[in-house]
Design a protein around this ligand. Structure first.
Ligand SMILES: NC(=O)c1ccc[n+]([C@@H]2O[C@H](COP(=O)([O-])OP(=O)(O)OC[C@H]3O[C@@H](n4cnc5c(N)ncnc54)[C@H](O)[C@@H]3O)[C@@H](O)[C@H]2O)c1
Ligand SMILES: [Fe+2]
Length: 380
């Protein structure tokens, strides 16, 4: 059995890490940045933390901000045109998963134009060339798109999100600076942090999990459960812990995959535009309950990583303790348990769409369209 592990060439971590950017750009002889970001980040002065730094260092750039949450095929295609017109020779992605993912797709198409329709990138695409040189700067502590070989694009016409898996898309440099995340409001901090916890728990229990990823995912579960409540209160230590925790699981889940909490979250994102983290957070305990019989003693390790003393507990007890710990964290940070937008008449479509998602085969337990329909129903 051979396992593959793909990571960024370089990553920088900690407060002030963005200060590394000018030195990287100069050392590579890069001339003009294409900054992929979103309109709210421009409005709230998050993108300007990077453009100010470039200005101070006399570095040229163009800002592309036509990117929406749950980014679409059109966002990517307009971005490709904008990149071509920009005269840029590298990219800086500044944002959450939506900006970083759109930047990945743009960079891949620029260097592999035969995939310009975007849909052909779904799954494992046979691209030949690496993306344009990319520095990824996350502004949420959640998706870890700066560290992963995946990106997720929404096909609004077919009401589905599709996952693209491509080692050519990994950003060359990740800059994980908690100061870029400090402007996140409470709700966004909570939701994106629960996305990261979902990565760590699904990644730890996924079919392809192995020791190298396991130790990262367990450490991430511990970091996230210790720091998410504090991050929601904008405590600097909590922000630092979440910036690290989400990245640590990013390195792991990128290489081993996820499970059906993500398949179902992608479907909710495409159908109702539900924020990805909120969808993950609501689904995680429901999916853990469903999967528990197929997870051996893993829920004991999850419960321990979340601070539960499982000494003397039976298998049934520690499995319940792990699920309860997740539910408590989710409730403490204010995530609702039910999704108001969900409609009975949509359940068949949702279940079929989630079953077809690229994350489903990684689920530890064999599933079915009928089972997924019942799992969706629990959100009503
Ligand atoms: N590539 C991957 O491996 C991967 C993994 C998980 C999820 N995703 C995808 O990532 C997307 C979700 O990304 P996300 O959860 O990071 O959110 P996002 O990028 O969609 O951003 C959500 C909102 O938060 C705002 N925001 C972001 N950072 C902020 C900050 N510091 N201060 C104030 N506002 C801020 C944005 O402007 C935006 O309006 C989904 O499409 C999801 O499918 C990708
Ligand atoms: Fe996610």
């Amino acid at each position: 059995m051979v396992n593959r592990f793909v990571l960024n060439a370089v990553s920088y971590h900690g407060k002030g890490a963005i200060q590394e950017i000018p030195g990287i750009v100069k050392s590579k002889g890069l001339k003009k940045a294409f900054i992929a970001t979103d309109p709210d980040l421009v409005k709230f002065g998050v993108t300007s933390k990077i453009t100010d730094l470039l200005d101070q260092n006399g570095l040229d750039y163009v800002v592309y901000s036509d990117i929406q949450p749950n980014p679409t095929i059109e966002n990517v295609q307009h971005g490709v045109e904008a990149y071509k017109e920009s005269g840029a020779d590298y990219m800086i992605t500044v944002g959450g998963g939506s900006s970083m993912d759109t930047g990945k797709a743009i960079g891949i198409i620029i260097n592999n134009p035969e995939f310009a329709d975007v849909r052909s990138l779904e799954g494992v695409a046979d691209t030949k060339n690496p993306t344009v040189f990319t520095i990824a700067v996350p502004t949420t502590a959640g998706t870890a798109a700066e560290a992963t070989i995946n990106y997720v694009i929404t096909d609004t016409e077919r009401k589905r999100k599709f996952v693209c898996v491509d080692t050519n898309d990994i950003p060359n440099v990740a800059i994980v600076d908690p100061d870029m995340m400090s402007s996140m409001p409470k709700g966004l901090t909570a939701a994106t942090g629960m996305d990261a916890l979902t990565h760590a728990i699904e990644g730890y229990t996924t079919a392809a999990a192995w020791e190298l990823a396991d130790c990262l995912n367990l450490e991430a579960i511990s970091l996230i459960s210790k720091n998410l409540r504090k991050a929601v209160e904008n405590d600097p230590e909590g922000r630092e812990g979440m910036a690290l925790g989400q990245f640590v699981t990013g390195m792991a889940f990128s290489n081993v995959g996820l499970g059906i909490a993500h398949s179902m979250a992608h479907t909710l994102g495409a159908t109702y535009n539900t924020p990805h983290g909120v969808a993950c957070a609501m689904l995680l305990p429901i999916v853990m309950e469903y999967n528990q019989e197929a997870t051996g003693d893993k829920f004991q390790k999850i419960a321990e990583a979340m601070g539960v003393d499982t000494t003397g507990m039976s298998q049934e007890e520690y499995r319940k303790a792990a699920i309860d710990a997740v539910r408590k964290l989710s409730a403490d940070v204010g995530i609702p348990e039910k999704l108001d937008a969900l409609r009975e008449e949509d359940l068949d479509f949702l279940a079929e769409s989630a079953y077809a998602d690229a994350c489903r085969p990684g689920n530890p337990k064999e599933t079915s369209v009928a089972d997924m329909k019942e799992l969706f129903r629990k959100l009503m």
